[in-house]
Design a protein around this ligand. Structure first.
Ligand SMILES: NC(=O)c1ccc[n+]([C@@H]2O[C@H](COP(=O)([O-])OP(=O)(O)OC[C@H]3O[C@@H](n4cnc5c(N)ncnc54)[C@H](O)[C@@H]3O)[C@@H](O)[C@H]2O)c1
Length: 366
């Protein structure tokens, strides 16, 4: 199979995961990397044995052999870099979120449509074996009709990391940084949503963080505890909490309560299991064998899926439409809290097609 050449813009922390995982896909090859800081790009290429060259962003975008570019820049730059990629006539696959607000995301979607180019967006963890198994169990009726559920991602946040302030600034926080995994997983499991009713708060205006040797005070510019209910179009009511205010808890990442049983869905920030089910009449949970592959870190599978989708003309799964809907849901938490009212969602999306059974590792369907 001929491999489609793809570029990567943004050579920071997560890029190694992409460079390593991309090797397993038979349909893509990394052709070049770039960063706003050329030295960072050069070091990254060297760290990967110069399997691909480091280029400036302009050089990478001018390379006619590159068809798709993965955007691994910081959230505030996602929309602008996506637009640069699209203006250069290339398909774009961005890290999450699609934009830090709906206006930004709308502009990206509009340009992609005008240029007839594909726009994809992380997370693609919902294509992992854990989430795909959970999806199959729901689709096959193992818990009956989904009625309700919970999605919880609770912790203190990366408050001690050297670049901690980034995670407590606009465009991040527990909802926009971690929410995309959970909300996208829920859309994959249940389909699109209809409304959000929520309340949000923060525990303090500042935090002290950074490495122990140089602790510093930084401002908290986002809400850090968001709690609410998403009403899905299928009727299911899912209670969601995303928080950077919690030291310890005992909740499962996601549970779906159906008319015939309960499904425990694995952490959607990973590709694996476990998936556990309790059906009416069981004595205890049963751990389900995973029906699908891609159970280890496969970030970039969303981009590889675009390449196969382009060849056959089918929709790609980690789509801009999905990411836009997820973004509207996430932003609706603060909006609902500020309004003191239920927010009816304006966007929708198609539930992404499940991956077929029996794919070899590195393979995707046509
Ligand atoms: N680090 C993680 O564990 C992780 C996990 C999953 C997803 N992500 C997401 O991946 C993205 C990148 O995260 P990271 O941790 O690698 O960040 P990072 O800060 O380590 O790296 C970002 C890189 O992008 C470059 N950059 C910024 N603006 C640019 C621009 N306009 N043009 C070109 N390059 C630009 C920076 O110079 C930097 O090298 C974020 O959206 C983040 O949410 C990160």
């Amino acid at each position: 199979m001929s491999k489609t050449r793809i570029g990567v813009i943004g050579c920071g922390m997560i890029s190694d995961t992409y460079f390593n995982a991309a090797k397993r896909f038979g349909n893509i090859e990394i052709a070049a990397c770039a960063d706003i800081d050329m030295e960072v790009a050069k070091k990254k290429a060297e760290a990967h044995e110069n399997l691909f060259p480091a280029k400036t962003v302009d050089e990478l975008l001018a390379d006619a052999s590159i068809e798709l570019v993965i955007n691994l820049t910081v959230p505030k730059a996602h929309a602008e870099v996506d637009m640069q990629i699209l203006r250069a006539g290339k398909h774009a696959y961005s890290e999450k979120p699609l934009g830090v607000d709906l206006d930004q995301a709308r502009e990206v979607m509009k340009l992609a449509a005008e240029k007839n180019l594909r726009i994809g967006c992380a997370p693609d963890t919902f294509l992992g074996g854990g989430q795909q198994t959970a999806r199959k169990l729901i689709d096959d009726g193992w818990i009956g009709k989904p009625i309700a559920g919970t999605a919880m991602v609770l912790g203190r946040g990366p408050e001690k990391w050297a670049h901690a302030p980034f995670f407590f600034d606009y465009g991040a926080g527990p909802m926009l940084d971690l929410g995309p995994y959970y909300i996208t997983a829920l859309i994959n499991l249940l389909g699109p949503a209809k409304s959000v009713t929520a309340m949000t708060t923060k525990g303090s205006e500042t935090r002290v963080g950074g490495p122990d040797t140089v602790p510093h005070v930084y401002p908290i510019n986002v809400t850090t505890h968001l709690t609410g209910v998403i009403e899905f179009q299928c009727g299911a009511l899912i209670t969601v909490i995303t928080s950077f205010e919690v030291y310890k808890h005992g909740h499962a990442p996601i549970e779906i309560y159906g008319s015939e049983g309960t499904l425990q869905v694995p952490d959607p920030n990973t590709f694996g299991g476990p998936v556990r089910i309790f059906r009416n009449g069981y004595q205890d949970w049963v751990e389900c064998p995973l029906s699908h592959g891609y159970t280890t870190n496969s970030r970039s599978i969303g981009a590889a899926d675009i390449i196969n989708a382009l060849k056959s003309g089918r929709p790609h799964r980690a789509s801009g439409e999905l990411a836009f809907h997820a973004l509207e849901i996430m932003l609706a938490f603060d909006k609902s809290s500020q309004l003191g009212a239920k927010v009816m969602l304006e966007s929708t999306c198609k539930q992404p097609a499940p991956l077929p059974l029996g794919l070899e590792d590195g393979e995707l369907d046509d």
